[in-house]
Design a protein around this ligand. Structure first.
Ligand SMILES: *Cc1c(COP(=O)(O)O)cnc(C)c1O
Length: 342
């Protein structure tokens, strides 16, 4: 076993820390090159690169971590590969194959094994695959040349000292248009959300709840996480919409709810007007797995969940414990969920 870097694992935040190696592949003349690992964390490109002018870029996010047994693994990276292919197609970018994506994950994690936090530290190695149009484009059209990169950075436990429920507001800005790009992981969706999140923080809220842009009556998601709700009779409900990003964490939690916890699950339209009838609410994504929501503020009207502002509600907690148990190897995983790296 390789020596770990001298890092205070339980006290690092959720920020970028440069690691030793990252993967780079280039697309030119219609084909992707074989990727290589490089120590160079900087990118040099033309001032008129398509990504800089027209935001032709997309990304993914996943984690590597150490299981109870001491294996270094990643969680369902095949789904990240598939989602990146879907995103690339929507942005007129040449998708990288699933095999190459998974090989990049393996190479980067192996090469930076000294940065994978030990089991029990609460920290993980965050992996960031991304792709961008790199040649100069001034008339509006897709680039002809692309770069795919994958770097990693250790990140601390998302919640220091336990998961405290957060307060979110119903947002007056929209995240995704009907027939737009809300269902793919495009950088442009995040550029759009920056003003809304800064404004939310200035007003004292942790996150924005976005509604459907067409009618503004249905719950969509936040800037970077999907919603889960729990009904009075213990059913787990998640919003269904063509403009929501299909979170891998949310899909995994819905499976866990049904198959591990025996709960009823429902993916359907969720009206803002019915949210006050739910008993628990959580936000799901790779970074935090689930963040409990204690309160939603809709233009001065407060919706307070019975689970309160001190701890996770009981169903959300069970979902959280079960999925993190599966990820860390304490609970048997469904076939194909855990990819052993080394
Ligand atoms: C990445 C992302 C999520 C979370 O997806 P995971 O696969 O669970 O990490 C949710 N919403 C948006 C808008 C995202 O970009």
């Amino acid at each position: 076993m390789m020596d770990k870097k001298n890092i205070d694992w339980s006290n690092i935040g959720f920020g970028y820390m440069q690691t030793d190696k990252r993967y780079v592949a280039n697309y030119k003349d219609g084909t992707w090159s074989e990727g290589v690992l490089t120590e160079d964390a900087n990118i040099t490109m033309n001032e008129c690169a398509c990504v800089l002018q027209y935001a032709q870029t997309c990304f993914e996010g996943l984690k590597a971590y150490t299981t109870e047994k001491g294996d270094i693994v990643t969680f369902r990276p095949d789904l990240n590969a598939e989602r990146m292919i879907d995103t690339a197609k929507r942005l007129e970018m040449p998708p990288i194959s699933k095999e190459q994506f998974l090989d990049a994950v393996k190479q980067v994690v192996e090469a930076n094994a000294a940065y994978v936090p030990p089991y029990g530290s609460g920290a993980t190695l965050y992996l960031r695959p991304y792709m961008f149009g790199s040649n100069s484009v001034i008339g509006v059209k897709p680039a002809d040349e692309y770069q795919f990169r994958l770097f990693c950075t250790p990140v601390g436990p998302y919640f220091k000292g336990g998961a405290k429920p957060i307060t979110i507001r119903v947002c007056d800005f929209d995240r995704a248009a009907p027939h737009g790009t809300g269902h793919v992981k495009a950088g442009l969706n995040y550029a759009m959300s920056l003003h809304a999140i800064v404004d939310a923080h200035n007003q004292g809220y942790d996150e924005n709840m976005y509604l459907d842009a067409a009618t503004r009556t249905k719950v969509e998601e936040t800037g970077g996480a999907n919603f889960l709700f729990v009904t009075k009779d213990g059913k787990v409900v998640t919003p269904k919409s063509d403009t929501i990003l299909p979170s891998i964490t949310r899909r995994s939690l819905m499976y866990v709810a049904k198959e591990y916890l025996g709960l009823e699950v429902e993916e359907r339209e969720v009206l803002l007007s019915e949210v006050s009838e739910f008993t628990e609410c959580g936000l799901c994504g790779t970074a935090a797995v689930i963040s409990p929501v204690g309160k939603i503020v809709d233009h001065g009207k407060e919706i307070c969940f019975p689970s309160g502002m001190d701890e996770m509600g009981p169903v959300i907690k069970k979902l959280y414990d079960t999925l993190t148990g599966i990820q860390m190897g304490r609970i048997e995983a469904p076939e194909g969920w855990i990819y052993k790296i080394c």
